[in-house]
Design a protein around this ligand. Structure first.
Ligand SMILES: Nc1ncnc2c1ncn2[C@@H]1O[C@H](COP(=O)(O)OP(=O)(O)OP(=O)(O)O)[C@@H](O)[C@H]1O
Length: 305
């Protein structure tokens, strides 16, 4: 869906993106993560055709973003990290405005408003003014504006910032529904637990470069990152784990280990049984979450450089 080759972007006196190469698969949901200033917003703005790179090329659905920005915009929705709504417009008017500016035919607009409102559970709010909406509802209207033209690709910059846990959960459910309907999503956030609920891939940026881009779905990966925690420390933990040919250790302490495991779920269950049999008092055993995977990536790459 997105192909990027040799992308470099400079702000005056600062290189924000440095020779990025990237391919984002159709139908994926990619969590775009990285520290403040890593280049996430700049990357999204370049993909959205809102910035002109120094060099490199970006194509979306086979269309070159610089050559055919309007055609690309028809395939794409973009929610900026600082979006605004016209306060005096009702929700229906906000959606109508977005539909018209996306070039939807007049006769298609009414249906698009109702379809979008239904998907975002905004049907009961259509006549309410934007100024009277809660933060979560405003966010949903802004997402509605970005997707009213049924784009193939949705770029969302910090879509959950400022939302309460319930609204975040609703957003995660929505993103899963959008993915199920065939949409490709690129979503940036600092809250990794939230991205984990719906992401299929993780793209880590650091200082304008890609640190890692990989699938999160362990069912499609050859190996998965597991972690184990002990109720009582055991000085032989590393030794016991290392005896298994399916295990490649990445970090061990007396009470905690992180490792890559290559094997089926049955073999994983077998490993757990053998570790318990070996006398380890295991209090938790399972896949690393996104936050742990992210911190591990950052650490590994730091050690490499
Ligand atoms: N208009 C600008 N002029 C100069 N430098 C800028 C400008 N906008 C961003 N930068 C710099 O470019 C780098 C990348 O910024 P960007 O906003 O893309 O990062 P980010 O990963 O989205 O950060 P955050 O998580 O804080 O939103 C940062 O070092 C930032 O200071």
């Amino acid at each position: 869906m997105i192909q990027i080759s040799g992308l470099t972007f400079d702000y005056p006196g600062h290189r924000a993106l440095n020779q990025l190469n990237l391919s984002v698969a159709r139908g994926s949901v990619t969590a775009l993560v990285g520290a403040n200033g890593a280049g996430k917003t700049t990357l999204m703005r370049c993909i959205a055709g809102l910035e002109t790179p120094l060099c490199g090329s970006i194509t979306v659905a086979g269309l070159n973003v610089q050559d055919k920005p309007r055609a690309v915009h028809r395939q794409m929705g973009y929610l900026s990290d600082f979006f605004g709504l016209y306060q005096d417009l009702t929700v229906a008017q906000c959606l109508e405005y977005a539909a018209a500016s996306q070039g939807l035919a007049k006769e298609a607009i009414e249906a698009a408003i109702h379809d979008t409102a239904r998907r975002l559970s905004l049907q009961d709010r259509l006549e309410q003014k934007a100024s009277s909406l809660s933060r979560g509802l405003r966010q949903r209207v802004a997402i509605g504006q970005a997707m009213i033209h049924a784009p193939q690709l949705l770029l969302l910059d910090e879509p959950a910032s400022g939302l309460d846990p319930e609204a975040r959960n609703e957003l995660a459910i929505l993103f899963k529904q959008l993915q199920a309907s065939g949409m490709t999503l690129l979503v940036s956030s600092h809250i990794l637990a939230e991205l984990e609920a719906y992401s299929s891939h993780m793209l880590v940026l650091k200082d304008g470069k890609i640190l890692e881009h990989r699938a999160l779905d362990s069912r499609s990966a050859n190996s998965r990152a597991l972690q184990l925690r002990l109720a009582c420390p055991n000085p032989h933990l590393a030794e016991i784990l290392a005896a298994h040919s399916t295990v490649v250790l990445s970090k061990t302490q007396d009470h905690h280990a992180e490792f890559d495991f290559s094997g089926t779920s049955n073999e994983q269950a077998q490993l757990l049984a053998e570790l318990i049999q070996a006398g380890l008092a295991i209090s938790s055993f399972g896949e690393q979450n996104l936050q742990q995977a992210y911190l591990r990536t950052i650490k590994e790459k730091q050690n490499e450089s």
